[in-house]
Design a protein around this ligand. Structure first.
Ligand code: UDP
Length: 480
């Protein structure tokens, strides 16, 4: 089909079914559609419903294509369509297995709709083969920074962690600019010695698919991590496009409010509360869509927050044990009464972008998921880094040692989902450093400069803006 400005490009976008993966791809759909690209988001029926809510009144070039996830066949509960809502994380390998069963349906849809390319999540390595069969390029969406990609790859290839004598001894990540050091305890479970075999095999497939796909689309911007983007491209030899921060494509309040899940707080109430606070006086505490803490840790955070003397918004996601024992009073006695007006507790989903962008917010305690990290950068707020799992320890290093816009709370150990223990004193100290001390002010100034650069990057003729153009031109040249 041809439009006035030449042929209309049609892309299939296929996000992994978890909010941290769907949110940036929905943003990306809006971004490409705003440049005249027709978009089909491939997902499952229940996710389609939630995505269509968060698309709000977006561009009419975006369509949804629901495929039925064979959950029961894969040994999952019926209608289990989102990794965030799995009853137990032990089911994650089964969830990955269920997604591979979508192969025939996807192939059928590609033959029916004939898009010009498919941009699929890194967790769908099998889409390389499907795309090859149909004869279209497969792009990968890898939802983290170039810094983390490089760190991960250099560790995987050179195995520096195998040359240390203990789990706590630091090793240098070879070839990674910046002399970055980690301990074995902070490594994601990518080491086949440490993890279940099935998962390591799966990760190997993901790695292989990255090296033989058409290219990688990254939610980051060149000015944030130029050295690592160059390293990723030149040393690791990956073809890639930096097109972020994707969150900045949400400009209307309604879009910002409806991003992700339904908020557990009325947005007006949240804004009213923030409006009543002084400039840079509020610390926002949120650990993303997956990480959970037990009662003991939640209590430490509560006490640490109170001791820091800062006003706060704290988003609480409880572990299974706490959900089951809802009545258990893990908050210190009289806490909520004492914190009235000083602290706002949100139990469930918070409108994160709305909060981060408010001038009252002066610090962000984050688990260093890449979306949250980049949203913090784009909002220009210094961070307290509290990595939990995945590639979050790498993101922490980027924030604290490379960009120097945050301080580490001091987590020592990579865990899957439930956080390592951090005491109240460490919570208080890290928050005070960011919110009160001179070094916090310096970090805030640096963070603001990155936020300006981020806005410039996505603005007309900015680096990310031009990269989107270049990608569209390249895909068209392949297609027509
Ligand atoms: N998010 C949100 N409200 C919440 C929790 C998370 O809006 O209460 C959004 C957040 O803005 C980010 C995403 O969910 O876009 C979380 O992604 P991230 O990569 O930070 O972490 P993950 O959830 O994948 O661990």
């Amino acid at each position: 089909m041809c439009s006035q400005n030449g042929c209309e490009l049609h892309m299939f976008l296929f996000p992994f079914m978890a909010h941290g993966h769907m949110i940036p791809i929905i943003d990306m759909a809006k971004l490409f559609a705003s440049r005249g690209v027709k978009i089909t988001i491939v997902t499952t029926p229940l996710n389609s419903i939630s995505i269509s809510k968060s698309l709000h009144n977006s561009n009419s070039l975006i369509h949804l294509l629901p495929l039925k996830l064979p959950s029961v066949e894969a040994g999952l509960p019926d209608a289990c369509e989102n990794a965030d809502s799995l009853p137990s994380l032990h089911l994650l390998p089964k969830f990955f297995a269920a997604t591979t069963l979508l192969q025939d349906q996807l192939e059928h849809a590609l033959l029916q709709y004939r898009p010009h390319c498919i941009l699929a999540d890194m967790f769908f390595p099998w889409t390389n083969d499907v795309a090859a069969k149909i004869g279209i390029p497969r792009l990968i969406f890898q939802g983290t920074s170039c810094f983390s990609h490089c760190a991960l790859e250099f560790i995987r290839i050179h195995e520096p962690h195998k040359r240390v004598l203990s789990d706590t001894e630091h090793f240098l990540i070879p070839y990674l600019p910046g002399d970055i050091k980690l301990t074995k305890m902070q490594l994601p479970a990518l080491d086949p010695e440490n993890i279940e075999n099935e998962f390591s095999k799966f990760i190997a497939k993901v790695d292989e698919s990255v090296s033989c796909c058409y290219g990688v689309v990254v939610n980051s911007f060149y000015e944030l991590e130029a050295e690592y983007a160059d390293c990723y491209r030149d040393v690791l030899g990956r073809k890639m496009w930096l097109i972020g921060p994707l969150s900045l494509c949400n400009t209307e309040t309604q879009e910002i409010i409806h991003r992700g899940r339904e908020s557990a707080i009325d947005e007006d109430e949240c804004l009213k509360w923030l409006d009543s606070q002084k400039l840079n006086s509020v610390v926002y505490v949120c650990f993303g869509s997956l990480a959970k803490f037990n009662s003991v840790q939640l209590k430490e955070i509560a006490i640490g927050l109170e001791a820091s003397g800062q006003n706060f918004i704290w988003v609480i996601r409880k572990g299974k044990e706490e959900e089951e024992a809802e009545e258990r009073n893990w908050l210190p006695e009289g806490y909520e009464q004492r914190m009235e007006g000083k602290g706002l507790i949100i139990r469930g989903w918070a409108p994160q972008l709305l909060i981060l962008d408010h001038p009252a917010v002066g610090g962000f305690v984050t688990h260093c998921g890449w979306n949250s990290t980049l949203e913090g950068v784009a909002a220009g707020v210094p961070m307290v880094t509290w990595p939990v799992g995945a590639e979050q320890f790498y993101n922490e290093k980027l924030v604290t040692e490379v960009l120097k816009i945050g301080v580490a709370v001091g987590v020592q150990k990579w865990v899957k989902i439930v956080g390592d223990f951090v005491g109240r004193e460490a919570v208080e100290k890290a928050i005070r450093r960011v919110m009160e001390e001179e070094e916090g002010e310096e970090m805030r100034n640096r963070a603001r400069k990155f936020a300006e650069k981020a806005k410039k990057a996505v603005g007309e003729d900015g680096s990310s803006y031009l990269t989107v153009d270049a990608l569209i031109v390249e895909l068209k040249s392949l297609a027509f």
